[in-house]
Design a protein. Structure first.
Length: 297
């Protein structure tokens, strides 16, 4: 059976597009993988890359990409709206076909070890690969971001899983893990009041009593003079996009603020969009095989 593993690394560069291209080129040049998508955000100062391949090829591409990012990104000069702890902030491995979650976990551990041994960057394990229960949640590792981790990494509870308890002088630290597919979904609001986005994010995210499998935060979009509720939906079956979006609309209305747009960062499973269409169109007895492309396959 063919092996398909998805990898969605997030790098801490979204403004110098020439640098992003040089990093992405490392993936293009690796045999056995296919680059599917990459996008950069100026306000977040972050790029999200998506590629697939067999497990060994994905590991190799991820290592090459990380090496180039370590060479080109200096965290001492980095500023952006999105939480981050390193030049390559996070590298998740995602089983798609012909590979188990456990195999992705083992590959993530091996990749983390290589990043530390070959590049001198301390690494943390998260998600299904986490060595400690508290580190299953990525936000716990990112607490305080690069600047905070730089001060606290010497504390035992913040020691990396691999490497000495000190950040790489320019590349910081990297988080590697294994997880199910997630959807990076952002909702843009017709206001520049960040406190509104913060309050709405607090209402919908799981850790504050909101929706299960939802992480959310308020972000300022300086170029657009708007704010955004930026989210990761970690299980679109249990918590579909439309349910979260409608909750945000209702919360925003309390402040007299409209939803002016939404955004999907990276790729999204087709079924997630089919679910949205079926809900908003109020389709009865809808079967995904009624989608022409599905039937043709």
């Amino acid at each position: 059976m063919r092996q398909i593993v998805q990898c969605v690394p997030n790098i801490s560069e979204g403004r110098r597009l020439d640098v992003v291209e040089r990093i992405v080129d490392q993936i293009r040049q690796t045999a056995g993988v296919q680059l599917l998508d990459y996008s950069s955000d100026h306000d977040h100062n972050r790029s999200v890359i998506t590629f697939v391949g067999d497990l060994l090829s994905v590991q190799e591409a991820a290592l090459r990409m990380t090496a180039k990012a370590v060479e080109l990104i200096n965290m001492e000069e980095h500023q952006g709206a999105h939480p981050r702890i390193g030049a390559v902030d996070v590298v998740p491995l995602i089983p798609i076909e012909g590979v188990t979650m456990q195999e992705c976990v083992e590959a993530a551990v091996e990749l983390a070890k290589r990043i530390t041994a070959e590049l001198g960057v301390p690494t943390y394990l998260y998600g299904e690969a986490a060595a400690k229960p508290s580190r299953r949640n990525l936000s716990n590792i990112r607490r305080g971001q690069y600047e905070g981790l730089k001060k606290s990494i010497g504390q035992e509870e913040r020691h990396p899983d691999f490497g000495s308890p000190q950040l790489h002088p320019s590349a910081g630290a990297t988080v590697v893990g294994a997880r199910l597919p997630l959807i990076a979904f952002n909702v843009n609001l017709g206001t520049d009041r960040k406190e509104v986005a913060d309050q709405i994010a607090r209402c919908v995210r799981e850790r504050n009593g909101g929706f299960k499998n939802v992480k959310a935060m308020g972000v300022v979009l300086e170029e657009r003079r708007q704010v955004q509720v930026s989210m990761n939906l970690e299980n679109y079956h249990d918590t579909p996009i439309y349910r979260v979006l409608e909750a945000i609309r209702r919360e925003a209305a309390r402040y007299g603020v409209p939803v002016v747009g939404t955004e999907i960062v990276g790729l999204i499973p087709q079924q997630a969009l089919v679910d949205v269409a079926a809900w908003y169109l109020q389709l009865e007895s809808f079967d995904p095989q009624q989608v022409l492309e599905n039937r043709l396959r």
